[in-house]
Design a protein around this ligand. Structure first.
Ligand code: PLP
Length: 415
């Protein structure tokens, strides 16, 4: 049986596109049996990695119209093309392909639909004033992507090779990268298990794909400070769990508590953990609090430590680095430590609360006005007429300046 005839024989058609998306995939008989973790580990070390030199490109014959930047809605519009790279347990990573953006056709028994074999990344390409396209710390996204994929028994890959392909893809889709502060091309690298089986085991085949969506500023009319509800009846992540991975399975269970918070008039929910009510993350962002220390009176910028329950945010790491470099000399203490909701409430009551903000690739920073907790509202240091605190604004300006290349910095990489 040839590769393609096997594929056709095993593939019922799904969805409007009848184009075979995975024509390379051979599923050897071994892959269709349960595939042991030990033999997978042994084989993986010997298999071919992603090879950017093997890239094939098929250009679209129906280029899309560019949506005016002011009409962009997050995640609604996509570029002309997509990148796909298939993997099988016997052949390793196959030749990467850039093709016109199109539907997948997958068997209903494909393991991603049943057991959640899916992980992803969120990163962006920015255009500077000279029209150069840049990536921001893509090595961080690649390291996290590999951590996520291997945690769910999907393959690892060379981060440098994928960055090379992402760079080629971005250069090719350059006309979709909007210019200007706050505008970017959102990149969504994703990996799924594609083995057709209801057996629970390590997938014998996988697909890594990249799609991209032009996006505008998170706050098109300027900052809007958000109100949070501290969620005490559900947890996002727990010690020994997978909250520090970017698995699709971590996200769906967060929506119902967010809807509950919205019903009570809050923009987002704040995830607490344990009887102590440790403050962990906000919605899908890391959280920073700036307060004056009760004993020393010193200004402290703090965020929860990476104890396995916190996503290792690229912006979180960047804020910490910049704070250590630029705020510490001004007398700030920068701290990765556990802190509780009561500590924040006490700081607000004592007049020691300075500001609170979320961090993430989508918004860079998101200022917080107040937090609903145990039937009271904890004010987070903003005056009624103020939408953003001083540190939050300085962090946004520093990071955006680096992202779009206004400030020369090793974090910003030209594609
Ligand atoms: C749960 C969670 N925390 C934090 C972040 C922020 O991570 P980053 O700064 O890498 O975008 C994200 C967004 O990806 C997230 O989903």
């Amino acid at each position: 049986m040839t590769r393609n005839s096997f594929y056709r024989a095993s593939r019922p058609l799904l969805g409007p596109s009848r184009t075979p998306i995975l024509p390379n995939t051979i599923l050897p008989s071994r892959c269709r049996r349960a595939y042991s973790i030990q033999s997978q580990e042994e084989d993986l070390a010997r298999l071919p990695d992603i090879d950017p030199k093997a890239l094939s490109i098929t250009k679209t014959t129906t280029p899309k119209l560019i949506v005016p930047p002011e009409e962009l809605i997050f995640g609604r519009n996509f570029t002309d093309h997509m990148l796909t790279i298939e993997w099988t347990a016997s052949q390793g990573w196959l030749a990467p392909r850039i093709t016109p953006y199109q539907n997948f056709s997958l068997d209903p028994a494909t393991c991603v639909f049943h057991y959640g074999f899916e992980c992803f990344e969120g990163m962006k390409a920015y255009k500077n004033s000279e029209g150069q396209v840049r990536l921001f710390r893509p090595d961080k996204n690649m390291a996290r992507f590999n951590k996520s994929s291997t945690r769910i028994a999907l393959p690892s890959f060379s981060g440098a090779a994928l960055i090379e392909l992402i760079s080629k893809f971005c250069a090719m889709e350059e006309r979709f990268v909007p210019a200007g502060k706050g505008y970017s091309l959102y990149l969504r690298p994703t990996m799924i298990g594609t083995q057709r089986t209801l057996g629970v085991g390590p997938p014998g085949s996988a697909l890594l794909f990249l799609i991209a969506s032009p996006v505008g500023p998170y706050y098109p009319t300027g900052f809007k400070a958000v109100s949070l509800e501290a969620t005490d009846y559900a947890v996002r992540a727990w010690p020994g769990g997978v909250g520090n991975m970017k698995l699709g399975a971590n996200y769906a269970p967060c929506i119902a508590p967010q809807l509950q918070a919205a019903k009570r008039g809050f923009h987002q929910n704040l995830w607490l953990f344990g009887e102590e009510e440790y403050v962990t993350e906000v919605g899908t962002m890391n959280l920073f609090a700036a307060i004056r220390d009760k004993e020393t009176g010193k200004k402290v910028l703090m965020t929860a430590p990476l104890d396995g329950t916190i996503l290792e945010g690229v912006i979180r790491d960047s804020v910490l680095d910049l704070a250590r470099e630029r705020l510490a000399p001004e007398g700030w203490e920068v701290s990765e430590r556990k802190f509780t909701m009561k500590e924040l409430a006490d700081a607000a009551d004592d007049g020691r609360m300075l500001e609170i903000f979320g961090t993430g690739t989508a918004a860079v920073v998101s200022p917080v006005r107040r937090i609903g907790w145990k039937g009271r509202l904890v004010e987070c240091g903003l005056r009624e007429d103020q939408e953003v605190g001083e540190i939050t604004k300085r962090m946004k300006d520093w990071i955006e300046g680096i992202q779009c290349g206004d400030e020369e910095h090793p974090w910003s990489i030209e594609v």
